[in-house]
Design a protein around this ligand. Structure first.
Ligand code: WT7
Length: 631
């Protein structure tokens, strides 16, 4: 299937205008090319006051039919993935669309044999292997809802997510390789399941041959489950608005929330943005370096790219193992045409000798993309010059777990490009910058809160099990708008630059954490009385995690306290949320009503020494001086 492609910037402008003046006709035309079992009755119903939206209502489909059946008819032997392992340079394998079809059907039948039914939730906690993609598609095939949890999250974090969605089956692996270390995933699952009562079965992929302990009656090896299963499985008929998946993400308050995406709109939008942002040609090899545990992996390693029949690289490794040339070596090996990575990776690789890039032939590259966090000018220039050799357009794609697909981005080489600017909205995306009072900001080069005023097909539908929270989080700050949580600037040409989060969400190496969530983990520590977490600018990670903590008298050794706090965070969230700085303080700056003034802590974390603005509302203004003295 090929989604309708825009071929010039003028055409983009025409399409953009049409997408605003006739949104339904615009999206109806795009949706037409996909494989539907029955076309929709209405294209769009929506309400942003009392949030509710549906796209292609009444349409019947199964997303895996556009991915598998549709592509197999045309090109069964086309490679869907080249899988590059992290360990040995010579180990790789590939899978064609036909083979993918067989594997998806086998596992779908395996899931059915465990009594997984349409609407049941299945958690996928797996490494970056082809079977993880197969697992997602097998769920979609039978109408089960997948909830992928990034394999870097801890047992506790996994348990929270399993319980929130009342998961029936967990798919995992015995373990995974990270750099030169092995991570034991199965025992994490075992630990998590002690507090999860809904899980009936655990399917275990034998990845690192570690001979894991299997619980009788509950655990089954992946290879045993699929043994003898038919390589054919009828696709469940889904309504366009039936749930496709849940993906947990952090917000400024409370526990991570399950962002819900549905079948029809997500399908149409991810394919459309994949085709257009990357200007994908059927012979191209595409590589997105994200993990499938994040939305980038869902939309552009799995769904968008497969819908368009693309050949992708699936990489299990990390950019610096065994050395800092790993990315460039893989681009050369598979002659990658579109490369999509995060600024954090670029900044980390920039710090190594240029010879790591220069010794590889990167001439296959046509488009290089950036995602996940703002890209600073230095990283943009380095990427453009040393990876793109001054002739590959950079697309800086801004979007979110909640948006499902790319919202702001250049379209391959068609759009004008400006360093550090994500550029123009994708057709259909109607953005507005608002000030604190909710007034529209009209003048150029002013900053405001980035909001969306009209629905788009892959937008969040609800937060799992708690629609009120969805309404509160995204639709209550500015009436009638979806609020992104980001601040942005728009130049005189209408190009957008994302400044960053304006809420208590921090973005560390492109991973999103709520400061409250980290504080909760710290506050469970036996030495902690209370804590405040803020982000601060970090050269490589974008933002680092700075912890201010007040401790009790149980222990006097600060180093011991700090490592114990690091352990608590690792236990409750995962090692990925390891703080960069922990400062033990006597007190936190609070207002008379007991609210922590994070503004001040953010400034201290940034290195500010005396310019704190008005601190007269503090209960005890001396606290600030005290913190500065021990910084
Ligand atoms: C937040 C969403 C989108 C997939 C990965 C992250 C930040 C994302 C950009 C960009 C500046 C960006 C925003 C956004 N962000 N892309 N190109 N430029 N900032 O998804 O975990 O849901 O995080 O990431 O702050 O709100 P996510």
């Amino acid at each position: 299937m090929k989604a309708i492609q825009i071929n010039s910037f003028e055409e983009y402008q025409e399409k953009y205008t049409k997408s605003i003046t006739q949104p339904e006709a615009f999206w109806g035309e795009i949706a037409f090319n996909f494989r539907w079992k029955k076309k929709w009755d209405t294209i769009l119903n929506w309400d942003f006051q009392d949030f509710q939206v549906d796209w292609f209502k009444g349409g019947k489909l199964n997303i895996t039919e556009t991915i598998l059946e549709e592509n197999i008819v045309k090109n069964p032997d086309k490679v869907a993935y080249y899988w590059e392992k992290k360990k040995k340079k010579d180990q790789h394998k590939s899978i064609t669309y036909l083979e993918l079809y067989y594997q998806v059907c086998e596992l779908a039948n395996g899931l059915k044999s465990l009594n997984v039914q349409k609407g049941d939730r299945v958690c996928i906690y797996m490494p970056m292997v082809i079977e993880s993609v197969v697992a997602m598609l097998a769920c979609a095939r039978i109408g089960a809802v997948h909830s992928v949890v990034f394999a870097g999250f801890s047992a506790n974090a996994l348990a929270d997510r399993i319980n929130d969605a009342a998961v029936k089956v967990v798919l995992t692996a015995d373990g995974l390789n990270r750099g030169d270390k092995k991570v034991d995933l199965k025992s994490m699952v075992d630990e998590a399941l002690v507090s999860c009562s809904t899980v009936e079965n655990v399917i275990v992929l034998d990845c690192i041959h570690s001979n894991p302990k299997m619980k009788n009656g509950r655990d089954i090896f992946y290879h045993d489950l699929i043994a003898g299963k038919e390589k054919k499985c009828d696709a469940a008929i889904m309504d366009a608005e039936d749930m496709l998946f849940i993906l947990y993400t952090s917000g400024s308050t409370g526990k991570p929330k399950g962002v819900v995406h549905t079948c029809g709109g997500y399908m149409v939008y991810t394919a459309y943005t994949f085709q257009n942002a990357f200007q994908y040609d059927s012979k191209d090899v595409f590589w997105c370096t994200a993990d499938i545990g994040w939305i980038t992996g869902h939309s552009y390693i799995v769904y968008g790219s497969l819908l368009c029949g693309a050949t992708s690289v699936l990489f299990e490794g990390i950019p610096t193992f065994p050395d800092a040339g790993r990315f460039w070596e893989i681009i050369e090996k598979y002659k990658v045409n579109q490369f999509y990575t995060a600024p954090t990776a670029i900044r980390s690789l920039m710090s190594f000798d240029l010879s790591f890039v220069e010794k590889h032939d990167l001439s296959s590259l046509k488009i290089i993309g950036s995602v996940g966090e703002p890209i600073n000018e230095e990283a943009w220039n380095w990427y453009y010059k040393h990876v793109g050799k001054n002739n590959c357009p950079i697309i800086d794609t801004w979007w979110q777990t909640e948006t499902g697909g790319i919202m702001l981005s250049g379209l391959g080489g068609l759009s004008p490009m400006k360093a550090t600017f994500a550029g123009y909205p994708i057709p259909g995306i109607q953005l507005e910058l608002l000030d604190t009072e909710g007034n529209k900001i009209q003048e150029a080069n002013a900053e405001g809160y980035l909001c969306v005023k009209f629905p788009w097909p892959s937008m969040i539908r609800t937060t799992y099990g708690d629609h009120e929270r969805c309404q509160q989080t995204y639709f209550s700050n500015y009436k009638g708008y979806y609020f992104t949580g980001d601040g942005a600037k728009r130049d005189e040409h209408g190009m957008y630059r994302i400044i960053g989060r304006v809420d208590d969400v921090i973005n560390v190496s492109g991973h999103r954490f709520g400061t409250a969530e980290i504080e909760d983990a710290i506050n469970k520590n036996e030495y902690a009385i209370e804590s405040a977490v803020v982000g601060f600018p970090h050269d490589i990670k974008g933002q680092g995690i700075y912890v201010f903590v007040v401790v009790n008298t149980k222990e006097t050794d600060e180093n011991l306290i700090k490592s114990s706090i690091i352990d608590s965070i690792a236990d409750h969230i995962g090692k990925i949320a390891k703080p960069d700085i922990i400062q033990v303080v006597k007190g936190l700056p609070k207002t008379r009503s007991g609210k922590i003034m994070r503004r001040i802590l953010r400034k201290i974390a940034e290195g500010e020494k005396d310019n704190f603005g008005d601190i007269s509302t503090l209960l005890d203004p001396n606290v600030v001086q005290c913190i500065l003295e021990t910084r």
